[in-house]
Design a protein around this ligand. Structure first.
Ligand code: OGA
Ligand code: MN
Length: 292
């Protein structure tokens, strides 16, 4: 079967229509969707209606469900679909200066999910349940398109670089109280190679994030300056797609070759997205970024 698709943006991504994601199985449509994911880096399926169980079943096709509590505890912990939401109780949104709201603001820095975990993510599958009347977009930047267009002076020091990642580094840009929370400090610093070649298409993406705090063999300031320049280059408008959410939309992106961020909205309005990340495995080219 051929998917009915149109471009999501000039440089990357596809909008796929005519598919009900509840019907996708390992041999039925998943192979086509997976191939489109490898080639296009981001897939938008408008007008879906996934509940948590259906969302989880879809994610399981992509790889092991990322379960941070289980990873941190080193034992089984029941998996729960994560809510990216300012709703903290029925009819109640988080207060503007609360840690909950600050944590959501951490997502507004250009990042890649899970680069600070022992195993990074392959994919995030995000779906909208409640959307605000304005703002609250999710933006994606193709570090594959940006890498291909990057001038040699910037590219050369990154090509063989090893980048160190730390969750509390990105959180400290928002608030020192937030950065000090156990959830932020529980992961040891994590190094990954800066360039992730896709094992299916051979195309390279820059594997970088707001969590990146140092480059192996470089002074801290010099490394941070290079990280900032690289992120600024990758997130220029020509490499960015900005998604205005409608309830039901499902947006899937390749964490190996994109950056993303949330945009602000009037916080007195509820906004709830549901997110599942799958961990990258050897068949996703994990060995290409692993140091040991
Ligand atoms: C995420 C994320 C941003 C947003 O789900 O990983 O960063 O738009 N979301 O809320
Ligand atoms: Mn994220």
């Amino acid at each position: 079967m051929v998917l009915k698709s149109s471009p999501l943006s000039p440089e990357f991504g596809l909008i796929i229509e005519g598919v009900d994601l509840r019907d996708v199985t390992r041999s039925g449509l998943y192979p086509e969707i997976r191939q489109a994911f490898e080639e296009s880096s981001a897939l938008l399926f408008p007008g879906q209606s996934l509940n948590d169980t259906q969302h989880t079943a879809l994610a399981e096709l992509f790889g092991p469900l990322e379960n941070r509590d289980a990873m941190a505890a080193g034992r089984d912990v029941a998996f729960e679909v994560s809510a990216v939401s300012n709703v903290i109780a029925e009819d109640q949104v988080s207060a503007p200066e609360s840690l909950h709201t600050l944590n959501l603001q951490g997502n507004m820095l250009w990042h890649t999910d899970s680069t600070f975990l022992p195993v990074p993510a392959l994919v995030n599958i995000l779906t909208a349940r409640v959307v605000p009347t304005s703002g609250g977009q999710t933006e994606l930047a193709s570090t594959r398109a940006a890498w291909a267009a990057m001038p040699r002076e910037l590219k050369a020091p990154l090509q063989d670089a090893i980048i160190w990642h730390r969750l509390s580094h990105s959180r400290s840009k928002i608030s020192s109280d937030l950065a000090a929370q156990r959830e932020m400090t529980r992961w040891p610093d994590r190094p990954w190679r800066a360039v992730w070649p896709n094992p299916v298409t051979g195309e390279e993406g820059l594997f970088i994030a707001s969590h990146a705090f140092a480059i192996e063999g470089m002074g801290l300031n010099e490394g941070q300056e290079l990280i900032e320049q690289a992120i600024n280059f990758c997130t220029q408008p020509e490499f960015v797609y900005s998604h205005n959410w409608q309830v039901g939309d499902v947006l899937i992106w390749d964490e190996r070759c994109t950056l993303h961020r949330g945009r602000p909205w009037p916080y007195e309005q509820p906004r709830t997205l549901k997110s599942i990340c799958c961990s990258a495995t050897e068949s996703d080219g994990l060995a290409n970024v692993k140091i040991i």
